[in-house]
Design a protein around this ligand. Structure first.
Ligand code: SF4
Length: 262
């Protein structure tokens, strides 16, 4: 595999950090896992919301979207009431929806797509829409590669100092009103992320080289408690004696996939 052509987003970094073997199944072998219907519907709604916000930013018509999905309008109105500044374009401010940044580091092509970037002369803010029903704990978000990579790439590819950047997650569907969690940034965090990225990418490069030589990527320890919720538990021989109902569903659905030669 040609490393420079390997495009990595925060999703792949999170995947490899969580379980290298899962990265192998999903990314290197592109194994398809069935997605439960409820999850498919949530993903579809989330995509519609992102599309709506992008269309609004570009001043494109949103009528057909709202007609097809009335709840979208209610969600946007709730957000407007809580954070009207998100919708107001200020003089001297540059805004871009679905704005992408990329950088080659340690031979890998790292990319990020910001839902909304708001750039002012002295500061810039990355906005990310989250359409889950619940917000996520702040420490968990701080560790997430989305937070770390998004800020790192903007600092590396712009003239802003790290201290001039921040990232805000907007959980638009939580009750009773949308919630924001904001992360500021500084030089120390930036250098720590650079170091952690280099270590992670070095591990990834070694893992891919080993994989090309016929060796599977390592599995997360059983004690981490991730395998019983993983759709690859059967393939990894991690199904256990008493699988949960969720695992049983996954195993039944994935059985046919296992028969496809990889
Ligand atoms: S079953 Fe466990 S080891 Fe296998 S991919 Fe899933 S999390 Fe990783």
């Amino acid at each position: 595999m040609d490393f420079p052509s390997l495009r990595l987003s925060q999703a792949q970094l999170n995947l490899f950090s969580t379980c290298p073997r899962k990265f192998q199944h999903i990314y290197l072998e592109q194994s398809v896992t069935p997605v439960p219907l409820g999850q498919q519907e949530r993903a579809r709604w989330g995509n519609q919301f992102h599309l709506l916000m992008q269309q609004r930013e570009l001043a494109l018509p949103v009528g057909p979207l709202l007609q097809a999905e009335p709840q979208l309008e209610e969600t946007v109105q709730r957000l407007q009431r809580v954070a009207p500044e998100l919708f107001a374009s200020q003089p001297g401010t540059w805004r871009a929806a679905e704005h992408s940044r990329s950088l080659t580091i340690a031979g890998f092509w790292l990319t990020a797509v910001y839902d909304l970037l708001v750039a002012e002369p002295q500061q810039a803010q990355i906005i990310d829409w989250k359409t889950y029903w619940r917000s996520r704990p702040r420490p968990e978000l701080a560790r997430d590669w989305q937070t770390r990579l998004y800020l790192f790439l903007l600092a590396e590819t712009s003239d802003y100092a790290p201290e001039q950047l921040r990232l805000t997650y907007w959980f638009v569907q939580v009750s009773p009103q949308p919630q924001a969690i904001t992360f500021t940034y500084d030089r120390a965090q930036h250098e720590q992320t650079r170091q952690d990225l280099q270590n992670l990418l070095s591990d990834l490069k070694t893992a891919i080289t080993d994989y090309q030589a016929g060796e599977s990527l390592t599995q997360v320890p059983l004690s981490a408690g991730q395998c019983d919720r993983c759709p690859f538990a059967r393939r990894c021989d991690r199904a256990g004696d008493a699988p949960t109902a969720e695992t049983q569903d996954w195993q039944a659905a994935i059985a046919t996939i296992d028969e496809v030669p990889l």
